[in-house]
Every structure is written in structure tokens, then in C-alpha cells.
Design a protein around this ligand. Structure first.
Ligand code: C5P
Length: 263
């Protein structure tokens, strides 16, 4: 056997370097960075800074109510995918029209409340199907089951009868039956939902904290790799990226972690 010579070592190092760069320099649409800001300028500055490293962004109530649809138009111009998190909850007709209105903005994911019931969820799915037929871009509908801010006391106070976890599974199953594309769930709930709803179902998890990040106000957290191994399809990550001293470095570390932990 020939011992590796200097050229072999240099070549291997160069290969490893390229491999590393490929792993940490291209965006992964399983990572959705949360744009929890109140102005267009702040959004712009985050997205410009992250550049090619992030391809998917979440626009929530704060940014959407402050700046409206121009946020979406701008993100599209930049070639980004958009998760519009407005957690719609109203009578079926109103939710369907809401979905139709925002679908015109070309969004990729949108949230509704599963607690709105079968008719509401089916109306939302029909509106998304129609938008897909009309403009060739069908947004996926995600259902929120029970907000993670509920604990058993608050849950009972509002009339909840089942334990929260049972209610989460019950609503996830109902959402699947209604043709909803997936749910937003905690990393802990992801495993059970995956078993119950099968593989063809999005599970989008917030509450993600890479090992290097603070928990902030999140109580039930998981690392990106654990959430994906539990069955999550996408991770919503806010402060660990946007409030990091070096946001690009934070994304690279997350990319490295999730690409090394393939199932
Ligand atoms: O900064 P952080 O990573 O905690 O942000 C998580 C994002 O996910 C925020 O936009 C937050 O509103 C959202 N979210 C959450 N927990 C839920 C649902 C949504 O943290 N149960």
C-alpha cells in the first residue's frame, strides 16, 4: 500500500474544503427565517445581509400588517419563497376569500387555524386549489392546532376538554382529512403527527434552537437536527439567525448541522 504523499494531502484538503463549502454555502429550503420586524427597511436589511444563504422567509402579522403586500412583492423579486403566517380563523367563506386574495401575491405557505373546523379547512383548500389553477402557483395550507402558548390551565379555562396533546393530534388528523397540506407543530409533537398523518404531510416547527443559541422566551425547544429527525419537514428560525452577532455564520452552522444529520 502506498502512503499518501504531499500532493494527495493537498488534493484531499481541497476536496474537503469544496465539500464543506457546498454544504454550508447553498440555501436549503427546509430553513425558513422568520422576519419578525415591523418595517420594510428592517426586512430588507436582514434579507440583503443573508443573501443567497436563505431562500425561504416567514412574514408574520407584525410585518404584514405594518407594510402589506409590498413585502411579498419585494421578496419575490429577490427570488425568495414566502410563508405568510396570518393564522386565519373565520367563517369558511371569509377564509376562502382571504386565501384567494393573498394567493395572488404568489405565496408558498399560509396558515389557518384547524379549530375553524372541517368546513373552514375544506374551503381554504378549495381556494388554494383554485389559485393554483388560475395563476399556476398553489400555496400550501398549513393548520395551526393548539397554540403553544396554551398550558393546561388556560386551555381548560377556555373550555378545552381533552388534554392539549390529544387535541393537537385530533386536529392534525382532521386537517389531513380536509386536504390541508400540513401543520405547524412543536418539535415534540412532530413525531406523533408524522406517525398519525403519514409521510405526505408538511410539519413546520418553530421553537428551534441550535446548540450555539439562547432559548430566549421559547420553552420547549429542539435543535434543528432533532426536529428534522422527529419528522419536521421545515424549521422556522428567528432570533438565532436574525439576532446573531454574525447572522451568516449562524445560518452556515445550521446548514452544516442539518446536512450532516441526514436520516
Ligand atoms: O425567534 P424565534 O426562533 O423564537 O421565532 C420563532 C418564530 O416562530 C416566531 O415568528 C414565532 O412567532 C413563531 N412561532 C412560534 N411558536 C409557535 C408558532 C409560531 O415561535 N407555536
Amino acid at each position: 500500500m502506498r502512503l499518501p504523499n504531499k500532493t494527495d494531502i493537498i488534493k484531499k484538503t481541497a476536496f474537503e474544503k469544496r465539500d464543506y463549502m457546498e454544504r454550508v454555502c447553498s440555501a436549503d429550503d427546509r430553513i425558513i427565517a422568520a422576519l419578525d420586524v415591523d418595517s420594510f427597511e428592517k426586512m430588507e436589511s436582514i434579507v440583503e445581509e443573508l443573501g443567497e444563504l436563505v431562500s425561504f422567509y416567514k412574514v408574520g402579522m407584525e410585518l404584514y400588517y405594518a407594510e402589506g403586500s409590498k413585502t411579498m412583492e419585494w421578496l419575490h423579486e429577490k427570488g425568495k419563497q414566502v410563508f405568510l403566517d396570518l393564522k386565519m380563523y373565520d367563517i369558511p367563506n371569509t377564509v376562502a376569500h382571504g386565501i384567494s386574495a393573498v394567493s395572488g401575491l404568489g405565496i408558498d405557505l399560509i396558515t389557518i387555524h384547524a379549530g375553524g373546523g372541517r368546513d373552514m379547512m375544506e374551503a381554504a383548500v378549495q381556494a388554494a386549489d383554485e389559485a393554483g389553477r388560475n395563476n399556476g402557483r398553489r400555496p400550501k395550507i398549513l393548520a395551526v392546532t393548539v397554540l403553544t402558548s396554551f398550558d393546561e390551565t388556560v386551555w381548560k379555562e377556555t373550555g378545552g376538554l381533552l388534554p392539549i396533546e390529544s387535541q393537537v393530534f385530533r386536529l392534525a388528523k382532521l386537517a389531513k382529512e380536509c386536504g390541508v397540506d400540513g401543520v405547524v407543530a412543536s418539535p415534540e409533537e412532530a413525531k406523533g403527527i408524522r406517525e398519525l398523518c403519514g409521510n405526505d404531510f408538511e410539519i413546520v416547527t418553530p421553537g428551534i434552537r441550535p446548540a450555539f443559541a439562547d432559548a430566549d422566551d421559547q420553552k420547549r425547544i429542539a435543535t434543528p437536527a432533532v426536529a428534522l429527525n422527529n419528522g419536521a419537514t421545515r424549521l422556522v428560525i428567528g432570533r438565532p439567525i436574525t439576532k446573531a452577532e454574525d447572522p451568516k455564520k449562524a445560518v452556515r452552522m445550521i446548514l452544516e448541522e442539518i446536512r450532516e444529520n441526514k436520516k
